[in-house]
Design a protein around this ligand. Structure first.
Ligand SMILES: [Zn+2]
Ligand SMILES: [Zn+2]
Length: 98
């Protein structure tokens, strides 16, 4: 799979780890000013797809859960890349092997 933010290319699992390491801030986790609920927000860099989801965690737990939230968000994003942008789970070099 191709990273949509840079030249990185790797298997789905490697890309997930790469997103966590290099692009974690792309998933914005914040406390909504009006509702006081924790939310996360993510915009696909390739299309108009946009996730804005409330979270069940308490705002006081935000720092403890932010990594977990990003892992889930990137997981959804990788599915989106496969379903809507035609990527498959393999890295580019191994695509012909299957
Ligand atoms: Zn990247
Ligand atoms: Zn997209």
């Amino acid at each position: 799979m191709q990273c949509p933010y840079c030249n990185f290319n790797g298997h789905r699992m490697d890309l997930h780890a790469h997103l966590m390491e290099q692009h974690a801030e792309q998933v914005k986790v914040f406390v909504h000013r009006v509702t006081g609920k924790m939310m996360y927000e993510f915009q696909c860099p390739l299309c108009e797809e946009h996730w804005l989801k409330p979270l069940k965690k308490r705002p006081s737990d935000l720092q403890a859960y932010v990594r977990e939230i990003r892992m889930v968000a990137f997981d959804l994003f990788l599915y989106h890349l496969m379903l809507d942008h035609g990527q498959d789970a393999a890295d580019a070099e191994n695509q012909d092997a299957t």
